[in-house]
Design a protein around this ligand. Structure first.
Ligand SMILES: [Zn+2]
Length: 310
């Protein structure tokens, strides 16, 4: 079991306080590392860009579902019938979803807390190794494997992205050119919720999760419990700039070095260097020196500086 957890590297070790609070309901592995840092838009975008050269123009020969829970509520038979024989046209991201457009429909993947992709040049390696593998997609040149020991992630087929309830419900993508100051202002103006919860609501703004919502609010110097509709135009401007900059900074980190899907232990390194609030309860704020506080909002931890985030 320990090898499954070894891949969760320094970033997740650093975030252990946050994880302990956020994920008390999950069982604790031997290593006491709780890998609950759900990949957000930057991580999934890095996976899409890095995976593209592996999968583009490959023909799917065979799909093997080892753990049917990974494709629920679809059936392994449906996934196989719809994808075997299809050509993969590329790899894209929408919100926190990874899409592999096929010449007939789409493979839609969601990593949830710790789903991961591996690549095997020799298909037999994927099946021979002791690595936990949920779904394998064998192509004419290598095999893509979806690995998710906790079985929360999903691999499904849809004729069209709009047929996926999760994709259909997504709001404006935080990485897209449609995510403008005006759009953010409109989203905030119509919500009386605390700011942190709005940022994490995928149906309003897609791609931001617990880590980057905390970080964006720290950068924007806005408290997580501020009521959205009460923000001034200047504050919305600051928030927009903070969201865009933290996501781009994280993406840069995720791409240097880029994921190495051939290494079963790969994960993103160096993200801890950009974190100023997330997981830093009791540590001094990098801006003013006050101690970072943690509160619960919507069942998740919010980290903020009580002095400079207002
Ligand atoms: Zn501060």
């Amino acid at each position: 079991m320990s090898t499954q957890w070894e891949r969760w590297t320094r970033f997740r070790l650093l975030c252990i306080n946050a994880h302990t609070k956020d994920c008390a309901a999950w069982w604790i592995p031997e290593s006491s590392i709780l890998p609950c840092a759900m990949p957000e838009a930057p991580e999934v975008e890095a996976v899409a860009r890095s995976l593209r050269p592996y999968v583009k123009d490959k023909l799917i020969r065979r799909v093997h579902v080892r753990h049917p829970i990974a494709v629920r509520p679809q059936s392994p038979a449906t996934l196989k019938r719809k994808t075997q024989g299809a050509r993969i046209l590329g790899a894209e991201r929408r919100g926190k979803y990874l899409l592999l457009p096929l010449d007939q429909g789409y493979l839609v993947l969601h990593f949830k807390f710790d789903g991961q992709l591996l690549w095997f040049d020799q298909p037999e390696d994927a099946l021979a190794r002791s690595t936990h593998v949920d779904v394998t997609i064998e192509t004419n040149a290598g095999m893509l494997a979806f690995v998710d020991p906790r079985h929360l992630g999903r691999v499904q087929w849809f004729e069209d992205p709009a047929a996926s309830p999760g994709l259909r419900a997504l709001g404006v993508d935080a990485f897209s050119s449609e995510f403008t100051v005006a759009r953010l202002a409109e989203i905030c103006r119509t919500s009386r919720r605390p700011l942190k919860l709005l940022l994490m609501d995928q149906s309003r703004i897609a791609g931001i999760g617990n880590i980057y919502s905390n970080e964006a609010l720290w950068r924007a110097r806005l408290g997580p419990d501020r009521i959205c509709s009460m923000l001034t135009a200047q504050e919305i401007h600051r928030l927009h700039k903070a969201v865009v900059s933290v996501l781009n900074r994280a993406l840069e980190c995720c791409l240097h070095p880029a994921p190495d899907f051939r290494d079963p232990r790969w994960w993103f390194n160096g993200l801890e260097t950009i974190l100023r609030a997330y997981g830093r309860e009791g540590k001094p704020c990098a801006r003013c020196g006050s101690l970072i506080r943690r509160i619960e909002q919507g069942g998740r931890s919010s980290f903020y500086c009580p002095r400079c985030q207002r």
